[in-house]
Design a protein around this ligand. Sequence first.
Ligand code: SAM
Length: 249
Amino acid sequence: MDNKLGFELGSLVLSQIDSPDRPARTTFSLLDREWDLLPEVFPPYTDPGPGLFASWVPYEKGSRFLEMGCGAGIAAVLAAQRGCERVVATDINPAAVANTRRNAARHGVAGQVTALAGDLFDALDAAEVLDIVFWNTPFIEAPEDRPYGPQIERAVFDPGYALQRRFFCDVGPHLAADGRIYLGTSEAMGNPAKMLRAAADAGFGGRRYRSESVELPAVDLGDSPEVKAHTNERGTVDMDFTMYEFQRR
Ligand SMILES: C[S@@+](CC[C@H](N)C(=O)[O-])C[C@H]1O[C@@H](n2cnc3c(N)ncnc32)[C@H](O)[C@@H]1O
C-alpha cells in the first residue's frame, strides 16, 4: 500500500457515511437533477468525484455503454439520455442495482438501462460487447490482506489493487476492438501508477484524460499526522479527481 494519505481519507469518508450523526437522505441533487439514494449505496454527493467523472465521460450517440460499479446510476442515466444505443450498469452491491433502476425510472429511461448485480463482468452475457466502459473506481488502495467489512467499503477500498488488476484481465472479451475505457481515480488519494501497470500487463495503454484540482479544508479531514503533513500554509490539502482513458495497444 503506497498511499497512506489516501487510506486515511478513505477511512474518514467511510466513517462519515456510517456516522449516526449523518442525516439519512433518500434523495440528493447532482448535475442539476434530483436523484434517489437507497441505504448502503455510495452517496455521490459526499465528494466532487462522482459528479465530475459522470460529466466528463464522452457518451456517444448510438454506442454501447457500460457503467461498472454503477452505485446510484448517474452515468448510466446520462448515457441513456445522451442517446447511447445500449446501456448496461452493473454493481456487486444489489442495493446499487436497485438504486440505478429507480433513478432510470425517475428520469424516464427505465426501458433503456439494464442494471445487473454481479462481480465485475460476471452478470454480463458472454456475447455482450461495449464501445465505452466507465467506472468511478474504488481507488483507495487498502492493505492486500484487509478483508471487506460492510458492503459500502467496496465503494472505497481496493485491497492491493487486486480489483483493478482483475478488471483489466476480464474486460477484453466485452470491449469492442476500438472500444475505450474511462476510469475515475485520484493522483493524490489513489495509485494511478499501479492502475497503469495493471492495464499494461493486460495489453491496454492509458493516458490522463481529464483532471480537476480541489483544495479541501484540512479541518474537515481529521487531525491525523498524514493530513497534517499534507496541509499547506492556507490550511488546505491539495486534492484532485482524475480520469484516465485506456485503449488496446
Ligand atoms: C466509488 S463507487 C462509485 C459509485 C457510482 N458509480 C458513483 O460514481 O457514485 C464504486 C462502486 O463500485 C462498486 N464495486 C466494487 N467492487 C465491485 C465489483 N467487484 N464488481 C462490481 N462493482 C463493484 C461498488 O459497490 C460501488 O458502487
